[in-house]
Ligand binder design. Structure first.
Ligand code: ZN
Length: 249
């Protein structure tokens, strides 16, 4: 089976369509969406339509909860808060219901998905260090070899030997090619962001997990960035949300 993993679409329809087009040529057997379908971008309803038509394996992100009033946005920065309020006004009743029904985690055989961290998923932890990965591996269900997540908008891979309880983060070079998964190790893979990458690369990110080859690969695809920016500005969303897309920040 080849799984197609996508996360942090953030209402960016141009990026999502570019990713779906690229994935159409990847012999994907099953798609999983790791949350934050909405928030920041100008096309929340269209992105919800695409994702709900693509797969039922979808989990909630913090921005999905913010957009339906399920998460207190007082801790959001002013741009994120303004975007959350704007998104809340745009959502259709169906969209609101759909987002409200998404679970925090899902398991698909040996693959576990969560938006932020398996360690207290509802607290939206930014998993960025090996010591946080230690806690995350501890919280992973037994028998799970791979946990895929998003939230930071920056691709990353953590690994741990099954016989040890210390994890390490793989160097950035490990993200450039397909990574062979060793059978005596467990992995946490941050698949990056479709709609608002923050690792300095403005191209949309997605991930393919091949269970037969035992490989994961994070891929990047360019998209019509100007059109996404134009829509953000036309919607009256903060200009910074349009600007940051071209810098991948
Ligand atoms: Zn996000």
């Amino acid at each position: 089976m080849r799984y197609g993993l996508l996360s942090d679409i953030h209402g960016n329809l141009e990026a999502l369509d570019a990713v779906l087009e690229a994935m159409a040529g990847e012999r994907i057997g099953h798609y999983l969406c790791l949350g934050d379908i909405v928030g920041y971008g100008a096309s929340p309803n269209a992105c919800l339509d695409r994702v709900s038509g693509l797969t039922t394996d979808v989990i909630a992100g913090n921005h999905d909860h913010a957009a339906i009033g399920k998460l207190d946005i007082s801790t959001f920065n002013p741009y994120a808060a303004e975007a959350a309020r704007w998104t809340r006004r745009q959502l259709t009743p169906d969209g609101r219901r759909y987002l409200g029904g998404l679970p925090y985690v899902r398991r698909n055989e040996d693959l576990f998905i969560v938006h932020a961290s398996p360690d207290r998923p509802e607290e939206w932890i930014y998993l960025t260090s090996p010591w946080q990965a230690d806690e995350a591996f501890d919280a992973m269900p037994a028998g799970v070899a791979l946990c895929a997540l998003g939230h930071t908008h920056a691709p990353a891979i953590f690994e741990q030997r099954i016989t040890e309880d210390r994890s390490r983060q793989l160097p950035p070079s490990a993200l450039e090619l397909a990574l062979e998964l060793a059978s005596e190790r467990r992995y946490i893979v941050n698949v990056g962001s479709v709609g608002q990458p923050r690792d300095g690369d403005p191209r949309a990110a997605y991930c393919v997990y091949d269970t037969e080859m035992k490989q994961i690969e994070i891929k990047r695809v360019p998209y019509d960035l100007e059109s996404a920016q134009r829509k953000i500005r036309k919607a009256g969303l903060p200009d910074l949300l349009a600007e940051r897309l071209e810098f991948g920040r």
